[in-house]
Design a protein around this ligand. Structure first.
Ligand code: ATP
Ligand code: MG
Length: 124
């Protein structure tokens, strides 16, 4: 049996009296493609915002590989492998695809403040 890598437990958010995500419990398993389907306004985007840390949960937990990330920052979640892709991308148009990718690698690997050194080292 493959254990889930990411789990949400009774994840909930209320905006005043409006419950946008109501006790959503979900397992995401490694190697599986999991989709969340629902009509307009069902709460899909809000659920993703709760998982990635864009919004704070009113109730429930987000657990990655056994670590409770509820209440942790977006960057802390990113270090645990939770990333969020937006429909609108934010690329640096003056840089090449390789340079854009290298910036992401630098941020992830903690090299973003090392000013001296060969950038090429990061692309192997
Ligand atoms: N910041 C907010 N304040 C108040 N209500 C909100 C907020 N964000 C989302 N909602 C409400 O929560 C509900 C879920 O919205 P959400 O955008 O998550 O739905 P969705 O499933 O992604 O819809 P769509 O298919 O149109 O993208 C909607 O009723 C929306 O108006
Ligand atoms: Mg949406």
């Amino acid at each position: 049996m493959i254990h889930p890598t990411l789990v949400t437990q009774v994840l909930t958010i209320r905006f005043g009296g409006h419950v946008a995500v109501n006790k959503v419990s979900c397992d995401f398993r490694p190697g599986a493609l999991t989709v969340i389907v629902g009509p307009n306004g069902a709460g899909k985007t809000t659920d993703f915002n709760l998982i990635s840390g864009q919004l704070p949960a009113s109730e429930g937990r987000v657990v990655k590989d056994g670590i409770d990330l509820t209440g942790r920052s977006r960057s802390a979640r990113a270090h645990h492998g939770i990333g969020r892709a937006f429909q609108l991308t934010n690329l640096f148009p003056a840089l090449s695809a390789l340079e854009n990718t290298r910036l992401a690698v630098q941020a992830q690997s903690g090299h973003s403040r090392r000013f001296w050194g060969r950038a090429k080292r990061l692309t192997g």
